[in-house]
Design a protein around this ligand. Structure first.
Ligand SMILES: [Mn+2]
Length: 302
């Protein structure tokens, strides 16, 4: 798919986004895809809510002491895998459309942040990186759930299966913040010795961040964030909320350390499902995305 054919959207940071596609180092890719949500629906409206909320962000980042958007240039491309318009397409077709678009963005040397949309679509993003890069990379997953079921409710592309598909691609993973899995996933974690950073352990271990960083064995990393990994008191607008999630500052500190120690090739931030009459979830998600772009710009391993 050619980028020019994608529908135009509201820009991340609104009028603050001053870069053209050509000049932007960071590109936001909104993916309003929702097909298999099992509990609370609405994540296809996540990207729009984040873009709307991003208008309220401060351009200046007090931690990084910079106006990230002016240093980097951020451009938001049009929607891909939009189930609001193309509900007839299969999951495979949606994944293919996503892979094609991300492949183009990688070719144009953009730092991509995908905004979901359902977590299932991450497979399409990761696939693009695997095809473009000839070395292996670790997929760091922030999530409440394992998402490692072989299939769920008859679908291999259910959001509860996304990390199983990633494992099948032969990529190592580091699941972080996990606090809900089924027996099948528990057995898989044991059998494949997947280095899970459990939410219950991080709550009592002040050294969890460095322990987690040491578990990443490849120089390159892709970060996938299911916003339900963060505590629902901070981001209640998710499909399947789980208590006992990651705190705001520990999430940011962990992410910053990943950027400082590894080469982050791309990111996505998935599963935001807006809550009526509350903007806290989408604003926090917008801020998280701005932090990812800021850490990539100012903290990355050279
Ligand atoms: Mn997930």
């Amino acid at each position: 798919m050619l980028l020019e054919t994608l529908p135009t959207v509201k820009q991340f940071l609104g009028s603050e986004a001053i870069a053209s596609y050509q000049n932007a180092q960071a590109v936001i890719l909104p993916i309003p895809y929702e097909a298999t949500t099992t509990y609370r629906k609405g994540c296809e409206h996540g990207p729009d809510a984040v873009l709307e909320a991003s208008d309220q962000l401060e351009a200046y980042d007090e931690e990084l002491q910079a106006e990230t958007c002016h240093s980097v240039g951020i451009y938001t491309v049009g929607y891909v895998a939009d189930t609001r318009l193309n509900s007839g397409l299969t999951a495979e077709e949606m994944l293919r459309e996503t892979t094609e678009t991300v492949t183009q963005l990688i070719k144009d040397q953009k730092f991509v942040v995908g905004i979901g949309g359902e977590h299932a679509i991450t497979t399409g993003i990761v696939r693009a990186y695997q095809q473009a890069i000839d070395e292996t990379f670790t997929v760091v997953q922030i999530d409440a759930h394992g998402d490692m079921r072989h299939e769920f409710e008859g679908s291999l592309h259910n959001h509860a299966c996304v990390m199983r598909r990633v494992l099948e691609m032969g990529l190592p993973t580091l699941p972080v913040g996990i606090r809900a899995i089924c027996k099948e996933e528990a057995e898989l974690i044991k059998a494949q010795e997947i280095p899970v950073i459990w939410a219950r352990e991080m709550a009592f271990d002040p050294d969890w961040i460095e322990k987690a960083i040491n578990q990443i064995k490849t120089p390159k990393v892709f970060i996938t964030i299911d916003v339900d990994g963060i505590d629902p008191s901070l981001i209640p607008g998710v499909g399947t909320p789980e208590p006992g999630g990651m705190g705001w500052h520990e999430t940011l500190r962990f992410l910053r350390r990943v950027f400082e120690t590894h080469d982050v090739i791309g990111c996505d931030v998935m599963e935001l499902a807006p809550v009526v009459d509350s903007v806290v979830s989408e604003f926090s998600t917008a801020k998280l995305i701005y932090k990812l772009i800021g850490y990539h710009a100012f903290c990355r391993k050279q």
